[in-house]
Design a protein around this ligand. Structure first.
Ligand SMILES: C[S@@+](CC[C@H](N)C(=O)[O-])C[C@H]1O[C@@H](n2cnc3c(N)ncnc32)[C@H](O)[C@@H]1O
Length: 291
């Protein structure tokens, strides 16, 4: 498509109007800075200082491509091919979940708990996806040894790329937490951290098409009749591989946080706590095994 003489501020209006039938206003506003980055290869702040400038043909083409893709429902992170997670820029594609702000809170809590401690720290990240949790921990706690596993080899390939891009040293293994390799049972860890799949299949019909149509279902859903599958497995595994006094930090299904706490209680964990996220939803489980 040939561009007319579109100015920067007009292109922003065009972008907002074109998405009005698909996204709520608040979401459109949150997309604008990312649009600036994608279309103009610049920050929103910088482009607004030059808003009378006419956009180039390449910028116009990128704008149209972005609007078409967004209207089809594709998440902007997959269109751009990357996202931000705390202080990291991470590659993402359809094989990995787009990291969520709640998970940033999980990692911040972990860092807060361990930043003043100089003891060795061996961590297992279960279901690493893009590697966001493992990488953010390694970046902020360089003394930690981080081992990250995922059942999806395609997800792990993305996580490895992210480790290389960010120059962080992580051990990655393809492994299925439901039937872990023998090697895992021979090792010990100080902490297990995980954002496991926890949405029951029945909730699919209530979820946004942007999630259902584009994000990997293996990262999100669990069977309706065993929705605590991952929590139970992690609790049992923790008893085998955590050191005495080792801890677990998990992202919680906010609707069932008490049942999940009970799983850990019944299996002999102590200091079981749940923490609320910024939306005041119970989101993080912490528990200790042994004393
Ligand atoms: C909710 S996503 C979390 C991804 C990433 N840690 C994050 O927080 O954005 C859950 C991850 O668990 C992985 N997963 C699913 N089933 C698994 C299994 N049986 N064993 C190991 N990983 C599994 C998925 O491939 C996915 O990457």
């Amino acid at each position: 498509m040939q561009k007319k003489f579109v100015k920067i501020h007009e292109s922003i209006q065009l972008f907002k109007q074109s998405l009005q039938s698909v996204y709520p206003d608040s979401e459109i506003e949150s997309l604008v800075p990312l649009m600036a980055e994608y279309v103009f290869r610049s920050s929103y702040f910088k482009i607004t200082l030059n808003k009378e400038k006419t956009i180039t043909q390449d910028e116009y083409n990128r704008l149209n491509y972005l609007m078409d893709e967004l209207k089809s429902g594709k998440p902007i992170q997959y269109i751009m091919g990357y996202t931000y997670f705390l202080d990291l820029k991470l590659k993402v594609n359809e094989h990995v979940l787009i990291p969520r702000p709640e998970t940033e809170e999980l990692v911040m809590e972990f860092i807060k708990q361990h930043k003043d401690n100089q003891e060795p720290l061996e961590i297992l990240d279960i279901g690493t996806g893009s590697g966001c949790i493992a990488l953010a921990i390694k970046k902020n706690l360089p003394r930690a040894y981080v081992h990250a596993i995922d059942v999806s080899a395609s997800a792990l390939a993305v996580a490895k790329e992210n480790a290389a891009i960010n120059q962080l040293d992580i051990e990655f293994t393809v492994d299925n937490i439901m039937n872990p390799g023998e090697y895992l049972l021979d090792r010990t860890y100080d902490c297990i951290i995980s954002n496991p799949p926890y949405i029951p299949d029945a909730e699919k019909s209530f979820m946004k098409p942007q999630v259902i149509d584009y994000e990997p279902h293996i990262a999100l859903f669990v069977p309706d009749d065993s929705q605590f599958l991952f929590y139970k497995k992690i609790a049992r595994l923790g008893k085998l591989i955590l050191i005495n006094g080792g801890s677990v930090l998990l992202e919680l299904n906010e609707f069932h946080y008490m049942e999940i706490c009970d799983i850990f209680l019944e299996l002999g964990y102590n200091h079981i706590n749940y923490l609320k996220d910024m939306q005041q939803k119970p989101r993080i489980l912490t528990a200790q095994y042994g004393c």
